[in-house]
Ligand binder design. Structure first.
Ligand code: ATP
Length: 931
């Protein structure tokens, strides 16, 4: 169903359906031409919402100009567009760049980058605003860069949220980030393959949950995988390869290993096509190293590789047409030996079917084709189970105990939309998953946003978008759908007839507009109109694939294996899910649907962040931008609609009360401080009119019935003002505290002097004076001193007006205006300690210091006065009272150093004569030394 809404009146926006590229209407064409004339400027559009008019052509041109200028990331409102450069870009993902984005007060102001998405999600967790858990959805077609992007995100968190810096537990947790990252090469070796579209194509989907503790440090992770393309192990499409691990084995193994695996040099393996092609991922050593790090010991590794080698040997086994002639060949013996199962039993299991008739079993020889199918089935089931075992092992190794983590950031890397010449069940499942994700995107950003505008009474012209619910109903609907009919067919106790199945589909689903048939086609098929385009699905073989049967003889044979791993994975396997005919009670599509539904449940409870990876050319050529190919991808993911809604809408919506809680302190009038006042639209509007400088910002903010709607620019502006004030408040508090401490010291000194004087006078006059007199003097002095301390303590902090006496004239207006109220706006409890340097900070583990050669010498003296070790390069600083909360230190010109804190530092003016401190941002201090 398509929701037809009023198309917005915003200048220049045209929906893709109304704007077929070849037929531009004249006036719009004029505007587009005018926009495109300024060619030199096109690459400067770092957010496509700034493009005007927003049309596929203008968006495409901007992306092209940026790509040519070697800029690969561009915001598209709430989505990040990532163009694949197809070549490594130096320093684009270095640790320094990660730190730059992590430490930036406003990362959104830096150049668009995947690290902005990563940091935004991380700060959302730190901010604990509901929903606290985050999901980073990375989508795009095969070879667009999803896996690369996911890897970048994982590395980012392994760097900025590294818990290994917690000194006391360094030994244990130091390995966590390493282990999480080490899961990548193993899963890629076993789950990725070289395809026509991508040399390192993931043949499975994955959702990685990075687990964060209370301090937002990475303490573990878990991986959920989806739909491994196990058919590849026994059947590789033309010009493609098997899974990487096999090529790694034959290229990287030692002679001794080859002997053990019965893989002599030069042996040809039918299931290893294109072995001469070498790809970057053919690195056996790296996979083994990662296995070691994750705790897979040498014996286990040997078992794994022998199983894999056994599968390869199976691939070379051929069957003769007549079963009588089929004798166990040498290859079968080798496979049996590698699987540690008796050769005769393997031979029998491959060639003879056991039919059950009541309590009796009848043995029936299989035809040549059936034998081959059984062989392939054995290979597939072993490989799939091995992969599942590996994923479970990885999870055991990296998953933290539930008590250790409280929030997570999930990274979803799923296969993109697929449409080949021949499509079958795999493509149907993959495209179904993409439909689900698109629906989530539409629901989250488009529909929810527009619905909320209506309920909040905002004036809004609606954008037309495609709702894909009817397509999803067609595929997965509970009553009659492709999946339900497929499942019914799969459960019938007979071989399926694809022609009959096609007739059934047509009869049952003829009312659905999303499905069609080419009546003249000889091959039985059906066509689904997906949101991204029409796809023909071949019916032949679909039902068998859905049944995914494993002959029971094969299962019981593998359970007898002396290879303890093989034995374990087939004994642990849920046999109750099997019928006596080896059919799984759970079909492929129902299993996939269930796992996808669990995933969607998780996604719905998290804050999503979308990254759309785009493949600029299908030949994977570095820095080559093919317009036709890019535009198809942009259209498939509805990027133009997304841009428009983001540009015209208010992506940030905050309830009145929360808004005032956060931004109330900016108001120039303190009568907006009470919550009852805040909760009315009238006071809010009044507040905003006081708060905003001029009409300039009026279009950035709107008051709804219960919420304030804001653009990102407005939020940036408000955050900026808030941070400035908080820094000032922190400064004020520190000034109060300093004064209190000084008075305390003075009082202590004074009382000490009094006591000393008293004692001295008592000593002088001891011959003549009485004990009781001396005692009275001392008691008196103590009393005075105590009273003084008490009065000082009472006057502490809340006596902000006293600060006018302090020599901080630039702060006086702030204090006068906000008075003590401001002190309570610091949400975190304030713990202040009177440290010599005056840095009282929220707790933080340690810091990493990056120093460049420039200004190094000059900075040394500053570092020395901070009591920090001074060495060139990058090093860790043990935590001390000065470094708590520090995120980074950067050398500045003129012998100064900028300290950047994870949270707002509370500081007071430095009293060291040659060291000047200045608050330059919410969590920044500039220290300058007079040299
Ligand atoms: N940001 C990048 N910088 C440099 N090269 C990149 C980048 N992103 C992707 N690539 C290159 O493109 C190739 C394909 O990327 P990737 O494997 O991530 O695609 P994918 O979308 O995960 O594909 P599939 O769905 O087939 O798994 C990578 O092997 C890498 O060479």
């Amino acid at each position: 169903m398509i929701f037809i809404y009023k198309v917005p009146q915003v200048k220049g926006f045209v929906h893709k359906d109304q704007f077929p590229r070849p037929n531009l209407n004249d006036s719009l064409e004029g505007e587009i031409q005018a926009f495109l004339t300024d060619e030199d400027q096109l690459h400067t559009y770092d957010d496509l919402t700034k493009v005007n008019p927003v049309t596929p052509t203008t968006v495409l041109k901007c992306l092209q100009a940026r790509y040519n200028a070697r800029v690969f990331y561009t915001h598209a409102g709430c989505t990040l567009v990532a163009l694949n450069p197809f070549q490594p870009i130096p320093d684009l993902y270095s640790v320094d760049v990660m730190k730059e984005y992590h430490c930036a007060p406003q990362p959104q102001e830096l150049k668009p980058h995947i690290f902005i998405v990563a940091e935004e999600a991380y700060r959302n967790v730190q901010g604990q605003l509901e929903p606290v858990n985050q999901s980073l959805v990375v989508s795009g077609e095969s070879g667009a860069g999803k896996t690369w992007t996911s890897r970048c995100l994982m590395k980012y968190y392994a760097t900025v949220a590294a818990s290994s810096s917690v000194v006391k537990s360094q030994d244990i947790v130091g390995r966590i980030e390493r282990r999480v990252l080490d899961s990548n090469p193993i899963m890629e070796a076993f789950g990725n393959a070289c395809t026509l579209r991508n040399n390192n194509s993931s043949r499975f989907g994955k959702y990685i949950q990075l687990q964060l503790d209370r301090s937002q440090l990475l303490v573990g992770a878990s991986v959920q995988t989806y739909l491994l393309e196990k058919t590849r192990v026994a059947c590789q499409p033309a010009n493609e390869r098997n899974f990487h691990i096999y090529y790694q084995m034959i290229k990287g193994a030692t002679d001794e290993q080859r002997k053990d695996w019965k893989m002599p040099c030069g042996q040809h393996f039918v299931w290893l096509p294109n072995a001469e092609k070498t790809v970057e991922e053919d690195c056996f050593h790296e996979t083994v190293e990662a296995m070691v790090h994750l705790g897979i010991n040498a014996e286990r590794q040997r078992e794994i590789f022998r199983i894999l080698a056994g599968i390869l040997q199976l691939g070379n086994v051929n069957f003769s047409p007549s079963t009588d002639e089929s004798q166990p060949c040498n290859l079968e013996e080798q496979a049996a030996e590698l699987f540690s199962i008796p050769t005769e039993e393997l031979q029998l299991a491959l060639r003879v079917r056991t039919l059950k008739a009541g309590k009796q079993s009848v043995l029936k020889p299989c035809s040549q084709t059936e034998c081959s199918m059984r062989r392939d089935c054995l290979a597939k089931v072993i490989y799939a189970q091995l992969f599942e075992w590996l994923v479970a092992f990885i999870n055991n190794s990296i998953c933290a105990d539930k008590s250790m983590w409280c929030n997570f950031i999930g990274i979803l890397d799923v296969y993109g939309f697929e449409c080949f010449q021949l499509n079958n069940l795999e493509q149907l499942c993959i495209n179904y998953a993409n439909e689900k994700l698109q629906q989530h995107f539409v629901a989250h950003y488009l529909r929810a946003q527009q619905e909320e505008y209506v309920s909040e009474g905002l004036q809004w012209s609606f954008v037309k978008y495609q709702d894909n619910q009817s397509c999803l109903d067609l595929i997965e609907g509970s009553t009659v759908s492709v999946f339900s009919l497929l499942n019914e067919e799969s459960r019938l106790n007979r071989a399926s007839d694809c022609k009959m199945f096609r007739v059934r589909l047509e009869k049952e689903l003829c009312d659905n507009v999303n499905i069609s048939w080419d009546k003249f086609s000889k091959v039985p098929h059906f066509t689904v109109a997906h949101y991204a385009g029409k796809v023909n699905y071949q019916i032949q073989g679909m039902v068998e694939k859905n049944k995914d049967p494993v002959p029971p003889e094969l299962n019981s044979l593998l359970q007898k294996s002396d290879n303890s791993l093989l034995h374990q994975i087939f004994t642990d396997k849920e046999t109750d899910n099997m019928t006596s005919k080896g059919l799984s009670k759970v079909t492929v599509v129902s299993k996939f649907k269930n796992s996808l539904e669990s995933l969607m449940k998780i996604l719905h409870t998290t804050t999503p962040h979308y990254t759309r990876c785009i493949k600029p050319n299908h030949d994977c050529k570095p820095l080559t931008f093919k317009k036709e190919e890019v535009i198809m991808q942009l259209e498939a993911c509805g990027i133009v609609e997304t841009i428009h809604i983001s540009a015209a809408g208010f992506p940030i919506r905050i309830p009145f009360t929360s808004f005032l809680q956060r931004y109330g302190l900016i108001a120039k009038y303190s009568n907006f401080q009470s919550e009852s006042d805040c909760a009315s639209k009238y006071t809010l509007s009044l507040y905003l009119s006081h708060c905003l400088d001029s009409d300039k910002h009026n279009s950035w903010v709107h008051c709804g019935r219960t919420k304030v709607f804001l653009t990102q620019s407005m939020v940036n502006l408000l955050e900026d003002q808030r941070n400035k004030i908080l820094s000032q408040c922190a400064f004020v508090i520190q000034c109060c505290w300093l004064r209190y401490q000084r008075r305390r010291r003075q009082a202590r000194r004074k009382s000490a002097t009094l006591i000393q004087a008293a004692v001295r006078s008592w000593l002088v006059r001891k011959q003549v004076q009485r004990w009781n007199r001396a005692a009275t003097v001392i008691q008196d002095t103590w009393r005075k001193w105590k009273a003084l301390l008490k009065s000082l303590a009472e006057a502490e902090l809340d006596d902000a007006k006293d600060l006018e006496e302090e020599n901080v004239p630039e702060l006086n207006p702030v204090i006068r205006e906000r008075g003590s109220v401001q002190l309570s706006t610091l949400q975190e409890p304030v713990t202040v300690r009177g440290w010599p340097m005056g840095l009282a900070l929220a707790s933080a583990p340690s810091i990493t210091v990056s120093l460049t050669a420039t200004g190094f010498q000059k900075m040394m003296s500053v570092m020395a006065s901070l009591n920090l070790p001074s060495r060139r390069g990058e090093y860790k600083v043990e935590p001390n009272q000065y470094t708590q909360g520090l995120a980074s230190i950067r050398a500045q010109p003129k012998g100064s150093v900028k300290l950047h804190y994870q949270r707002s530092p509370l500081l007071y003016a430095d009293r060291q004569p040659d060291l000047k401190s200045e608050v330059t941002g919410f969590n920044e201090i500039l220290l300058e030394k007079t040299l």
